[in-house]
Write a protein that binds this ligand. Structure first.
Ligand code: MG
Ligand code: MG
Length: 249
């Protein structure tokens, strides 16, 4: 069931989104060579809790940590560990926070030190693919319009679109209806209405979009060909003429 949020609910979602955004801003300068992903997770969790929120992902279907931290060929659901970030890595922080029962969800991929030209392009183009998707949102548009816009941009920039993982509604659960795929056809799928809250989250790859799940931890999703992947996500509320980003500035 797709729910329409009231003004009161949107105010709480805005606050949750703001906490997610601020957690990203807090961690961004700390992402450096020599840092472990576990350290970033601990700092992120403490920051979220200090704002009076709880980390949405901790304990979600048994996920062990506050943040999903995915490095290089890891697409999503990386588990924070003793891995030490290296110059040239790209690292994705997927952050969720719950404030008074309402969630915010935003992922961002960051460079560690100096990254290759192709990884620079991957980050820039995946971020832009997110904004291309967001541009297609307004009351009366369709879910398929978002996927079409993301896919068209990704394909024209020679990037792979991971199809098994999708965006989603956000509210009192971090994952609600509807699914928001990063591919599709204009004019298809559920119609967007003012007050719907969704997370749009392209996951794009330098090589093949095929993926597998790490058999040891049963969480982490990795590219089949071992090439890098990037992930950019905002939670937004649909408005009459567009959308308002809840996990932005
Ligand atoms: Mg997320
Ligand atoms: Mg999400």
């Amino acid at each position: 069931m797709i729910t329409i949020k009231s003004e009161r609910e949107i105010a709480l979602l805005r606050k949750a989104g703001k906490i997610v955004y601020e957690t990203h801003q807090y961690l961004k300068p700390l992402i450096q060579e020599g840092m472990t992903t576990k350290e970033l997770d601990a700092l992120g969790e403490a920051f979220i809790r200090k704002q009076g929120a709880t980390p949405s992902f901790k304990g979600y279907e048994g996920f062990p940590n506050a943040l999903c931290i995915s490095v290089n060929e890891e697409v999503v659901h990386g588990i924070p560990s003793d891995y030490v970030l290296q110059n040239g890595d790209i690292v994705t922080l997927d952050i969720g926070a719950c404030y008074h029962g309402y969630h915010g969800d935003s992922a961002w991929s960051y460079p560690v030190g100096n990254i290759s030209k192709e990884n620079q392009a991957l980050l820039k183009d995946t971020e832009q693919a997110l904004y291309e998707g967001l541009k297609s949102i307004h009351e009366g548009a369709h879910i398929g319009d978002i996927g079409e816009a993301v896919e068209r941009y990704a394909t024209s920039h020679h990037l792979g679109v991971v199809k098994e993982l999708v965006g989603h509604g956000v509210g009192t659960s971090v994952h609600e209806d509807p699914d928001v795929p990063n591919y599709g056809k204009k004019g298809t799928g559920p119609k967007l209405k003012k007050g719907m809250v969704i997370a749009v989250e392209p996951m794009l790859t330098l090589g093949s979009p095929d993926i597998y799940m790490d058999a040891e931890n049963n969480w982490t999703i990795i590219t089949d060909d071992g090439r890098a992947s990037a992930h950019f996500e905002h939670t937004v509320v649909v408005t009459e003429n567009g959308c308002e980003i809840l996990t932005g500035e």
